[in-house]
Design a binder for this molecule. Structure first.
Ligand code: MLT
Length: 263
């Protein structure tokens, strides 16, 4: 595990393999280990970078509130530190929200984009209210209080029924999350910009992936994005929920590898 100072905060990251760089942005409320299967498979041919958002995993939370723009600036600082001018950026869910913020500010640093199980639209008023309640819960009772409400949202019915080891791994990641980092990220997601207007201006090769059983950001959201991003291709992964990279990792890896080879 390596660390860099970005915006006054210590961020934990991994940088494995050599070749064209690809950076993976993790989901909420998880950490960079959700990409272990992608690192193992793709680092044979590519330089694969994962890191913990501030307030998650082994990264410091810092003193201030966060926004998707803060996350985007942290990613830019990490790329600077690693002397990477541009990279393929792959964000899943909250990682996708941050990828939109990064593209808005640093489009020239995005060689290609992978948007997995995410959406361009902002939260509804009801969605924001739910985030504020969950942030209060995390601050009061700790991140473990999110295990019960989040598990059925993150995993598809097939995984919930057939993959107890994966269910436990995801729940362990949630339990281990830093409660203040979780609360701040919830507020940042609630306040994030709507990225719908950005879609038509994304002019790099883009792969959109969604699990067929994703309830949080369903295939209909992925279809909308694929219709608006000029160079997008949509892939739906069967029997995967919101965490498609974990639930069907081999299919996910094959789609990413094929895309990297073509882009
Ligand atoms: C995530 O998976 O990153 C979050 O659950 C997404 C969300 O809550 O909108």
């Amino acid at each position: 595990m390596n660390e860099i100072l970005a915006g006054g905060v210590q961020l934990a990251y991994h940088d494995v393999g050599a070749g064209e760089p690809i950076v993976f942005l993790h989901a909420f409320p998880l950490n960079q280990t959700m990409w272990n299967e992608q690192v193992a498979a793709l680092s044979r041919n590519y330089r694969v970078i994962t890191f913990d958002w501030r307030g998650f995993g082994a990264s410091d939370a810092g003193e201030t509130e966060v926004t998707m723009n803060v996350f985007a600036d942290d990613l830019a600082a990490l790329l600077d530190e690693l002397q990477i001018e541009s990279a393929t950026i792959c964000g899943l869910s909250m990682g996708g929200y941050a990828a939109f913020a990064f593209y808005r500010k640093y489009a020239h640093r995005v060689k290609a984009l992978i948007l997995a199980d995410t959406r361009a639209s902002a939260d509804t008023e009801e969605g924001k209210k739910g985030r504020y309640e969950m942030a209060a819960l995390a601050r009061k009772s700790g991140a473990a209080a999110l295990v019960e409400p989040m598990t059925p949202k993150l995993l598809g019915v097939t995984s919930l029924q057939n993959k107890p080891t994966l269910v436990e791994r995801v729940q362990q990641m949630i339990r281990a999350a830093q409660s203040e980092g979780v609360a701040r990220a919830l507020l940042a997601m609630a306040q994030r910009d709507d990225a719908t207007d950005l879609l038509a201006h994304i002019n790099c090769p883009t792969l959109i992936i969604v699990g067929s059983e994703d309830k949080l950001t369903p295939p209909s959201d992925a279809e909308k994005m694929s219709q608006s991003i000029p160079r997008a291709r949509l892939e739906v992964i069967a029997t995967a929920g919101h965490l498609s990279n974990l639930e069907q990792s081999e299919t996910f890896n094959r789609l990413v590898a094929d895309f990297l080879q073509a882009s």
